[in-house]
Ligand binder design. Structure first.
Ligand code: FAD
Ligand code: NAD
Length: 467
């Protein structure tokens, strides 16, 4: 039986990063993946394919709505749905091939099949043909990720009642789609389909879209998506969905408790994701689960079995690729005797709608709830010369600052390229740079980053210059 220093189970962003960092630190490392390709949810059916389609549909929408104004005549703009999805598949393929290369380059042993613990130190791996291999390892890192959740009464049949995974692999453009859940997946999927002319309805239980983020972001995003034609119905409680053959039907109660139904080509469930531990054989180890079925870990991300660690979506917290990656590095370095640290409240969250939404640190709602004093500075993209030049005038940057010391408590942006703009806010928070320091430095003109600079000024009590 082959023995390894560190064995990683699952090859998503948590797993592949943990394996690479382990190998870099000199450990004999193995990675086990049950699917044919490496990369997990993020690379195969999540971050990467969704961003490829968001990009294509963004171009399509620009060609329809912006080109003419900008003096570009292209004749009739037509959608080639198959080509759009084929390009997405190619982007995924290139990324999974890149991961294969990285595994080879770092001398990581790749094992294909479903891993299941025999005990705390051994796993068996069963591949698609039923062939079984056993290995042993000093340490294990579980990075088995998550799967889409549903709600009681709704069975995801993957035909008419689908998840993001099926929506990212459709072969024909749907005419109408109903999305249950106006969280991150809900609004990203709504953007993809609405831009290409599919009629999209979002049914969301909460009072806001992307309700875990600062509420002003959700309110603004709602206005923008509504203006673009998405039917957004908040405070709706969906309780039943049924495959009707060539369509799907949902039953829900509106805010007054009145029963309603809707029908469309597909119902897309986007009501969150749950940890995936099925078939892992955890019952043969001392690993324990939390009440919500996440793998229970301590501050070192160590399970109840001292040699088994767990990272990423399967342990809960923000279900984000870069959070899983941070944890992968953290565990490899912890095993190595180093003292790494993760500031969980400084991990940014990004929604890749257009405009993009990005956030780091505390929301206004959290500061109010916790009785923490703050000053707020908010600056609109409509006052930015760069935004005007690019016809991207929607949105704002909002900075929340400690009134006494000027510490940056939270930064919330909805606007063009917010996903990239948030990086400097992460630096400000990670290294405790004050809001004043953040605006007493040069920002190139004309850039979107000036919008954030102006928000730092306003939050520090300095009048905006207006760019
Ligand atoms: P996963 O990526 O889920 O990988 C787990 C892997 O483990 C899988 O490949 C699985 O096959 C394998 N596995 C499970 N059990 C076993 C077993 N017993 N044996 C062998 N292998 C096993 N996050 C972002 O930060 N940015 C985004 O833009 C973004 N977009 C998303 C879009 C969509 C549509 C979805 C669904 C998610 C998105 N996410 C995004 C979330 C992101 O995909 C996850 O947070 C991330 O993939 C979690 O990584 P992970 O390593 O914990 O697990
Ligand atoms: P989510 O938790 O973001 O949103 C789920 C939404 O469904 C919530 O707003 C909830 O109120 C609503 N909901 C639940 N039950 C309902 C009901 N019965 N009727 C109507 N609405 C209901 O989850 P998600 O959008 O499915 O995303 C799953 C995970 O994937 C998230 O944790 C997210 O972080 C991650 N993800 C991240 C990105 C990104 O980083 N850009 C993209 C996609 C997914």
């Amino acid at each position: 039986m082959e023995h390894f220093d560190i064995t990683v189970i699952g090859s998503g962003p948590g797993g592949y990063v943990a394996a690479i960092r382990s190998a870099q630190l000199g450990y004999k490392t193995a990675i086990i993946e049950k699917y044919d390709t490496l990369g997990g949810t993020c690379t195969n059916v999540g971050c990467i394919p969704s961003k490829a389609l968001l990009d294509s549909t963004h171009h399509f929408s620009d060609a329809l709505h912006k080109f003419k104004v900008q003096g570009i005549e292209v004749g009739e703009v037509q959608l080639n749905f198959k080509q759009m999805y084929d390009r997405k598949a190619d982007v995924v393929l290139k990324n999974t091939q890149g991961l294969e290369f990285l595994m080879k380059k770092n001398n990581i042993t790749k094992l294909h099949g479903t891993a299941s613990f025999v005990n705390n130190n051994q796993v068996k791996i069963v591949d698609a043909s039923g062939t079984e291999t056993q290995i042993s390892s000093d340490k294990f890192i579980i990075a088995t990720g998550s799967k889409p959740s549903s709600i009681p009464g709704i069975e995801i049949d993957k035909k008419r009642i689908i998840t993001s995974t099926e929506a990212l692999a459709l072969t024909e453009q749907p005419k109408e789609i109903i999305i249950i859940g106006g969280g991150v997946i809900g609004v990203e999927m709504a953007s993809i389909f609405n831009r290409i002319g599919t009629k999209v309805t979002i049914l969301e239980y909460a009072d806001y879209l992307i309700a875990t983020m600062d509420h002003e972001l959700g309110k603004t995003l709602q206005k923008i998506l509504k203006k673009e034609g998405v039917d957004i119905q908040l405070q709706q409680s969906v309780y039943k969905a049924e495959n009707q053959g060539d369509s799907a039907k949902v039953w829900f109660k509106d805010k007054n408790g009145t029963e309603q139904t809707l029908q469309a080509d597909y119902v897309l469930m986007a009501v969150g994701r749950r940890p995936f531990t099925q078939g892992l054989g955890l019952e043969n180890t001392s690993v324990k689960l939390t009440e919500r079925d996440f793998i229970k870990v301590n501050e070192k991300l160590q399970t109840e079995a001292a040699n088994i660690y767990a990272i990423g979506d399967v342990i809960g917290g923000a279900m984000l690729a870069h959070k899983a990656e941070e944890e992968g590095v953290f565990v490899a370095e912890t095993i190595n005797g180093q003292k790494p640290h993760i500031h969980y409240n400084r991990i940014p969250g990004v929604v890749y709608t257009w405009p993009e939404v990005a956030s780091v640190g505390a929301t206004e709602e959290e500061l109010k709830r916790d009785g923490i004093a703050y000053n707020s500075g908010k600056f609109p993209f409509s006052a930015s010369a760069r935004a005007r030049a690019s016809m991207d005038l929607d949105g704002f940057a909002k900075v929340l600052v400690d009134p006494k010391y000027g510490e940056v408590l939270g930064v919330h942006i909805i606007g063009a390229r917010a996903a990239d703009l948030i990086a400097s806010a992460v630096v400000a928070m990670e290294y405790e740079v004050t809001a004043k320091d953040m605006f007493t430095m040069s920002y190139a003109h004309p850039t979107y980053s000036e919008v954030v600079k102006e928000a730092y000024m306003l939050a520090s009590g300095q009048a905006a210059i207006n760019i």
